[in-house]
Write a new protein. Structure first.
Length: 154
């Protein structure tokens, strides 16, 4: 099993939305490195930390799980979609998405500031200057530690 951090803006799609829907397709990723993580590395059963970005404070609010491996992001083919990309076609898809299921809500947000200040989280990608990837791999130890900080036990 691998561990991931997936960013979302709560005004667009929040942990509340994921909890209400149960499962969602994680569409609209338009960064090649993040796309490659989804397409090449994410597997069913992988664990996800859900990170709310573009809010103050930003931070990790809960857990999800990958329930369907990468498949073409069909929103790229829809001219009406904000994720449309004329370079992507059904015959030669450029963008991919995975399905994520809700697992748990943290009792307290683990803020980006906490992450940056905690010596146990040195090296975590989300705390690195300039790190804006919406999908990031995580070390298991960091994942478990953050889950505990958020109020979840093993």
């Amino acid at each position: 099993m691998a561990y991931w951090l997936m960013k979302t803006e709560p005004s667009a799609y929040s942990l509340d939305d994921l909890e209400r829907e149960g499962v969602t397709h994680w569409e609209g990723v338009r960064n090649y490195q993040a796309r490659n993580f989804m397409r090449d590395d994410m597997k069913v059963g992988d664990a996800v930390l859900v990170y709310h970005s573009n809010i103050n404070p930003a931070g990790i609010v809960g857990l999800g799980r990958i329930v369907r491996e990468a498949y073409p992001d069909h929103f790229a083919w829809n001219r009406e979609s904000k994720y449309f990309d004329e370079r992507s076609t059904p015959a030669k898809p450029l963008w991919f998405m995975v399905d994520v299921a809700f697992v748990a809500r943290f009792s307290k947000m683990v803020t980006l500031q906490q992450i940056k200040e905690d010596p146990a989280l040195v090296g975590i990608m989300v705390a690195k200057r300039g790190s804006r990837l919406s999908i990031q791999p995580m070390e298991e130890a960091h994942f478990r530690y953050i889950s505990k900080l958020g109020g979840l036990s093993e």
